[in-house]
Each structure stands twice: as C-alpha cells, then as structure tokens.
Write a protein that binds this ligand. Structure first.
Ligand SMILES: NC(=O)C1=CN([C@@H]2O[C@H](COP(=O)(O)OP(=O)(O)OC[C@H]3O[C@@H](n4cnc5c(N)ncnc54)[C@H](O)[C@@H]3O)[C@@H](O)[C@H]2O)[C@@H](O)CC1
Ligand SMILES: Nc1ncnc2c1ncn2[C@@H]1O[C@H](COP(=O)(O)OP(=O)(O)O)[C@@H](O)[C@H]1O
Ligand SMILES: [K+]
Length: 488
C-alpha cells in the first residue's frame, strides 16, 4: 500500500491539473466526503463548527460547510488569517459558500457542536501559533468531537510529528492515499479512525508521483515468503545459527532460536560458549546446540556453507568478542540485534566497513536507544522523521535497518521504506525483540532477501501478538505465527 508524502501528493495534484482534471472538482469531492462523514458519524450534532485555514485545506472546509448547511445542519465558520487573501480553488470555494465566517479568535465552545478541522493539511510548514494551540487545547479539554480534513492540523504529513500542538480527531478524512504521518507516532494517535476517500485522481498519476513509502502489509513481501513443496527437506529450508551468551544469559538467544524454527528454518542451531552448554542443553529440544567459544571455533563452524543465516545479539554480551564474531559473519546473511549493535557503539564505522560494498544482506534491528548508539548524529536530528532517520542509517550501514517501536520503520539502502502500524502495545514485553530477531533470521535462512525478510518479520511479529492477545509473554509469540499460505 503506497503512502504519499505531502510533497508527492502536491505533485499528484499538479500532474492531475496538467492532465486536464478540474482541480476545483477535486476540492468539491473532498469537501463532500467530509460533510458525508460528518452526517454519518454525528447525525445528532447541534452545530458544525468549521475552522478554515489559509490554503486549500481551508477550501475543503468551505465546501463541507456549504454541503452541511444544504443538509440542514446549523453551521458556523471561523477563518484563520485574511480570507480576502485566499487564492485559487480555496478562494472560489469561499465565494461559493453562502455562510458568513468570523475570525477564529471569536470562537467560543458551543454545547453539542462537532468541529471540522480544515486549518492545515499537506501545507503545514511551521509550528502552530500559541493562539491556535490554545483554541485546540480548549476543544480537546472539552472533549468536542473533531473531524480532521486530510490531517489533524498540527500533525506533519511526512513525519507524524506534532508541530506546536495538534487536534485530536475522532475521524480523519484524507484523499487518494494515506500519508506517512497518518501511521507514524504521535500523528497516528491524533487521527482517530482514518478514511481514505477517492476523489478521482487516476492511479497512473499517483504511481508517477509516489515513491518510497509503503504501509507494511503482506503485499510488500508475500511473493518472497518461503513456500513449502512436496520436495522440501530440512536442508532445503535453510539452517539458522543463533549465538548465545554465557551460562546466565542463554534465554534471549533461545527465544530467537525457537522463533527462527517456527518461522520455517529447516534447522536451527544455538551456538553456545562451552561453559553454557549444559545450561542450554537442558532447555533445548528441536533446536540443536554447538559449542562455539571463540573465533577459531566459529570459523571452523562457518566452513559449513549450509548454514544460511545467523542471529547475533540477544543476550550475547557487549564487547570485543561480539565484534570479532561479527567480523567473521559479516559476509553471510545476518540479523544484528541488541548487544551485537551496542558492541559497535564506540566504533560504528568498523561495522559499516564490514558491511560495505556488497548486496545488502544484513538486518540491523535497533530500538531507539540502540539506534542512537550506532547513528548518534542522525538520531539527534529533530526535524527528521523516523523514516528519514532509518533510511539514512540504512544507506550509511549498507544494511536493512528495522527501527523498532510502536511505529516500527523498515528501510533499505536503495530507498524503500515500510511503516509497520498494527503491532499492539502488549508487544512491549521482555524478550519480544529477541523473538523478532529470530523470525527475521528464520526467513533469511530460507533465502528471503533482507528487506522483505525484515518487513515480513515485523508484520508477522505484530500479527502473532494480535492473535495471542493481551497478556502474552515473549514465549507465546512463536506459537501464534500464522501459516504463510493463509496470509493475504
Ligand atoms: N492534493 C490534492 O489533490 C488535493 C488537496 N486538497 C486539499 O489541499 C490541502 C493542501 O493545500 P495547501 O497546499 O494549500 O496547504 P494547506 O491548506 O494545508 O496550508 C497551506 C497554507 O497554510 C500556511 N501555513 C502553513 N503552516 C502554517 C502555520 N503553522 N501557521 C499559519 N499558517 C501556516 C501556508 O503558508 C499556506 O498559506 C490538502 O491538505 C487537502 O486538504 C483538496 O482540495 C483536494 C485535492
Ligand atoms: N507500544 C508498542 N506497540 C507495538 N509494538 C511495540 C511497542 N513497544 C515495543 N514494541 C515492539 O516490541 C519489540 C520490543 O523489542 P525490544 O525493544 O528489543 O525489547 P526486548 O529487548 O525486551 O526484546 C519490538 O519489536 C518493538 O517494535
Ligand atoms: K486539517
């Protein structure tokens, strides 16, 4: 599912106009979609309070106001700025709207009202003024329902960041395609239910204007998911190696290993330091075990080319051993997580050097803290949204970067970006990241390319959590992975 940035949506708008499509006709359809949502969702409203801004978002508001009046709803319009300065379609929409508007400082709460927020959409450029923020706060505090046009005003369509303040909508009506800001946090939390309304811009124009951003749905990775056939045998399904920490730290790697097996790897071996072998062995059944204490033992083991992917990081321990292991593993498909990432905090360039110059085959899975350790300069950039941060990191590392959180973003060095938006909050539980690393490792082991494996991993992880339901522990997750053939 393609997402359009505000800039790309503007381009689509321009291309539509150039191809002869009537732009005022698009605005009418947009405004009517908003009035229809209002009538459907709030049939008992005492008044539609329409806030109209200085651009085309405001234009949509004037169209919606006029349509609601025609439907018999009492309407009050409050404008921002000098309405005489409106230009183009927005100016025409105001002229075609027979309702007197008042300046926004005249607004007072009105019992039973429902607000239509048509202040800013794609054109938001800077933080909202203090005066506007006060009005938004009053509306929010009074729990007045809000329908947002395109985006809740104050939410950046590219980044999902709130600029100054933002409405908290019950419902948002956007046009043609959702924007990244509808799915990234905190923007997502401001949108309420999201409606994507087709105002008639042709698909070919959207495809031409659109680019890198996608919502992470199975359409992105389904074609690359491993498929079973009658001729499958375990070695054809890949062999995943997962590196364990010492005797008191084998649990995280065991979670990854089990998840890799459930994700379909034919064999999974836990590589353990000799002093942890007994502890690990008492906990393993289908997962195999191999003592690997130092880099010499690792290199011997790596001579087996059937080992098709690795997970290093969960519970492994931070330090020199992790760095030398990664050096030995860098040319092979690898998920680098947790301690594997933190081990390079003092020398990120060493890791980037190891991964440079080949087809990207490594997936880095940092949470916010780990991301900041590896990419401190990128992480500090306040104006970058999460996709831009992940994307710059992926290019720098020549690896797929899966930047974890409630709005996990997956970015490839070639510019592809997927935003994962339906993972439930009960995934915030100890060890769930270890399971994610294992799922991705299991998919890599079966030959899935790194970006698709990471995107599928994040989606499957969220899907399993939704199936397991609230109260899950990380151990429960692998057992709830869906059958790949049933994913649509
Ligand atoms: N793209 C399309 O195909 C369509 C777009 N439509 C509407 O057009 C909107 C985009 O219109 P515009 O590009 O005119 O942008 P907006 O209407 O979102 O806002 C642009 C105006 O707001 C000002 N502005 C930006 N941030 C401000 C701030 N913090 N404080 C005060 N003023 C600020 C800008 O200087 C500019 O005048 C969309 O969100 C959508 O609602 C619809 O009419 C339907 C068709
Ligand atoms: N509020 C949330 N909503 C959805 N997913 C979340 C939320 N918080 C965390 N997650 C997901 O849970 C996992 C946690 O991983 P991580 O931070 O590495 O924790 P751990 O080290 O305990 O496994 C990540 O996949 C992350 O995206
Ligand atoms: K808006």
């Amino acid at each position: 599912m393609l997402l359009l940035t505000p800039e790309e949506m503007g381009n689509a708008d321009r291309l539509a106009a150039e191809s002869g499509i009537d732009s005022y006709g698009l605005m009418i359809k947009a405004g009517h979609a908003v009035s229809a949502a209002f009538l459907r969702l709030f049939p008992g409203a005492s008044r539609a309070t329409v806030f109209c801004g200085p651009g085309n978002n405001g234009g949509d508001g004037y169209v919606a106001a006029e349509a609601l009046k025609a439907a018999g709803v009492p309407v009050a319009i409050f404008h921002l700025g000098d309405p005489e300065k409106l230009a183009g379609d927005a100016r025409r929409a105001r002229i075609d709207c027979a309702i007197e508007s008042r300046p926004i400082p005249d607004y007072r709460l009105y019992p039973g009202e429902v607000v239509i927020d048509a202040l800013f959409g794609a054109g938001l450029q800077r933080p909202l003024s203090d005066n506007l923020c006060e009005i938004i706060e009053a509306v929010t505090d009074a729990a007045v329902p809000v329908i947002a046009v395109d985006l809740p005003s104050g939410v950046g369509g590219l980044t999902g960041q709130v600029l100054g303040g933002a409405f908290r909508a019950a419902h948002t009506v956007t046009f043609m395609r959702a924007k990244p800001g509808h799915y990234l946090l905190p923007g997502r939390a401001h949108c309420g239910s999201l409606e994507v309304f087709d105002i008639g811009i042709p698909q070919r124009i959207l495809a031409e204007a659109g680019g890198a951003h996608h919502l992470n749905t199975p359409a992105l990775f389904k074609a690359s998911l491993p498929a079973l056939s009658a001729s499958s045998h375990k070695f054809r399904r890949g062999h995943l190696g997962v590196f364990s920490g010492g005797p008191s730290a084998t649990g995280a790697a065991r979670l990854s290993a089990m998840a890799g097996l459930r994700a379909g790897a034919g064999l999974v071996t836990l590589a353990v330091p000799s002093n942890a072998a007994l502890v690990a062995a008492t906990h393993l059944t289908a997962v195999m075990m191999k003592p690997v204490s130092d880099v010499a033992a690792l290199e011997d083991w790596l001579a087996d080319k059937r080992l098709s992917a690795f997970v290093l990081g969960p519970g492994f321990g931070v330090g020199e051993k992790a760095r030398t292991f990664v050096e030995a593993l860098a040319a092979r498909p690898l998920v680098l997580d947790a301690d594997g990432i933190t081990s390079f905090a003092e020398a990120p360039e060493q890791l980037f050097g190891l991964l440079a110059g080949t087809e990207p085959h490594c997936v880095l899975t940092p949470h916010e803290g780990e991301f900041a350790r590896l990419f401190p300069d990128i992480s500090k950039h306040d104006t970058f949204g999460k996709p831009e941060k992940a994307s710059r990191a992926a290019r720098r590392a020549n690896a797929v970067v899966l930047y974890k959180g409630a709005d996990t973003v997956i970015a490839a060095p070639d510019g592809r970006i997927a935003i994962n938006a339906d993972a439930p909050p009960w995934l915030a539980t100890a060890g769930s990241g270890d399971v994610l690393a294992g799922i991705i490792g299991g998919l890599l082991a079966q030959g899935m390319p790194a970006f698709e494996a990471a995107a599928a991993g994040a989606w499957l992880h969220g899907d399993a959590a939704n199936r397991a339901g609230e109260g899950l522990t990380a151990e429960d997750l692998p057992g709830h992975l869906p059958r790949f053939s049933a994913i649509s």
